[in-house]
Write a protein that binds this ligand. Structure first.
Ligand SMILES: [Zn+2]
Length: 439
């Protein structure tokens, strides 16, 4: 845009700012923003107004520019400059019709917020890019804002690159362990150290000491690695500043690089968290985070899958045998085992879940010996699976365990399970409908 085209806009800004500012200065700024920095005109005008003490909402289409921390969950139309942390496509059912959506997290220096793109044909985002989001709206979910990009929204790549990793500590929000998400940078989190272990590793020919262990708070646990030598003791309470989160063995892991700082807190600062049970989370939330080491979820068993029931395992490697044959050890005398592979659904998402022998015995109220006897007497290899279908289908459950993500999606490995009396699926579906704004 040449200066002639910009002139009416400079005039408009001067009017809003009350003529007390130098119009040439406004013109120079506008020129620089639009032609040098290649910022959109609307954006440039709002920024100049902000900088010169005017009200940025007095120009443009009424969409308000905010940073993430300012979001309330009640914005009708909001603009943001954010870095795209994660991009996850997903197909959901809305009123019996399949719909493709994309969800994930975006962040700026003030914090991060989950987003959903409802119109995937017209709006796309690329992981790691910095974008200007326009005309989005927000909804509140469990007290936190969620960003929604509907049919009015647009996304434009920005030349300004938000380096969320290099933000000052003051600008980054403290998170809980349950909120740790693959791809997060510059994390501040507090917790109790468990099972710290000094290890020697070799990095490009050089020996190096690192520390691994588990960090826990009242919301969950996560593995951590400190990539340098550090003295940490079991039970130490610490505040970690400037860590990053990367998926490791299908779960978000906390990494403390050179820039990370560890403050050892006075014991008792975090209260007694030993034996505390994490607060239930939605399946969608756990899926978004890319897994978790210790979660509690509520859901309904909607399918008991093949491979459930009585199985034979190899005595050497524990692999499940096919026709008394181990994939590695050949024909062996197998050991009986019980398991249930199922699909859990809470209305926000569904997830594979696996229950081992003890939980299968407990849920079906049958011992493994009884299961073997039943299978033999009925001459039906699927006797236990059929029993599981009968007893568990559509039953609401509370499950605690570990969620690992791989190419096949997240998998919940159950450690505890109990039947619930409420219809968790309906509850979850209601929440989702509210979020979508389709009601
Ligand atoms: Zn084997």
């Amino acid at each position: 845009m040449d200066r002639e085209e910009l002139a009416p806009h400079a005039d408009e800004l001067a009017r809003v700012l009350g003529e007390k500012v130098d119009k040439n200065k406004i013109m120079d700024d506008l020129d620089k923003y639009v032609n040098l920095y290649r910022v959109s005109l609307e954006w440039a005008k709002r920024d100049i107004l902000k900088k010169m003490g005017g009200d940025p909402d007095s120009v443009g289409d009424g969409s308000e520019r905010k940073n993430v921390a300012e979001l309330t969950g009640a914005e009708q139309s909001v603009d943001l400059l954010v870095k795209v942390l994660t991009v996850n496509p997903k197909t959901i059912e809305v009123g019996g019709v399949s719909k493709n959506i994309v969800y994930g997290y975006v962040a700026d220096e003030s914090g991060r917020v989950p987003y959903t793109i409802w119109e995937t044909e017209s709006v796309q985002m690329k992981e790691g890019s910095t974008v200007i989001v326009r005309n989005a709206y927000t909804k509140e979910y469990k007290g936190n804002p969620q960003l929604n990009l509907g049919n009015r929204a647009s996304v434009e790549e920005s030349d300004e690159v938000l380096d969320v990793a290099d933000m000052p500590s003051g600008g980054s929000a403290e998170v809980k362990i349950a909120e740790l998400t693959d791809g997060m940078n510059y994390v501040i989190v507090s917790g109790k150290i468990g099972r710290p272990e000094q290890r020697e590793i070799t990095v490009s020919g050089e020996k190096k000491m690192i520390v691994t262990g588990i960090l826990s708070d009242e919301t969950g646990s996560a593995e951590f690695t400190v990539w340098k030598e550090m003295e940490l003791n079991d039970g130490d309470e610490v505040r970690v500043i400037g860590a990053y989160v990367k998926s490791w063995r299908g779960m978000p892991k906390l990494n403390l690089g050179d820039k990370a700082e560890v403050q050892v807190l006075e014991r008792g600062t975090l209260g007694d968290i030993s034996g505390s049970v994490p607060k239930p989370r939605t399946l969608e939330d756990v899926e978004l985070a890319g897994g978790a080491m210790d979660v509690v979820v509520h859901g309904t068993l909607v399918d008991v899958r093949e491979g459930s029931g009585l199985v034979m395992r190899c005595p050497d490697c524990r692999r499940v045998l096919q026709k008394s044959t181990c994939r590695v050890h050949g024909k062996v005398k197998g050991i009986d085992d019980l398991r249930i592979k199922a699909i859990l659904d809470d209305g926000t998402s569904s997830m594979s879940v696996i229950f081992g022998k003890e939980l299968t015995e407990q849920m079906l109220n049958i011992s493994i010996d009884e299961a073997v006897k039943m299978t033999t007497e009925e001459r039906n290899p699927d006797a236990v699976k059929e029993m599981a279908e009968e007893k568990l289908f559509a039953r609401p459950l509370e499950v605690r365990g570990m969620v690992r993500s791989d190419d096949y999606g997240p998998m919940l490995i159950a450690r505890e399970a109990r039947f619930m009396e409420i219809d968790v699926r309906e509850e979850g579906a209601k929440l989702l409908t509210e979020l979508e704004g389709f009601n």
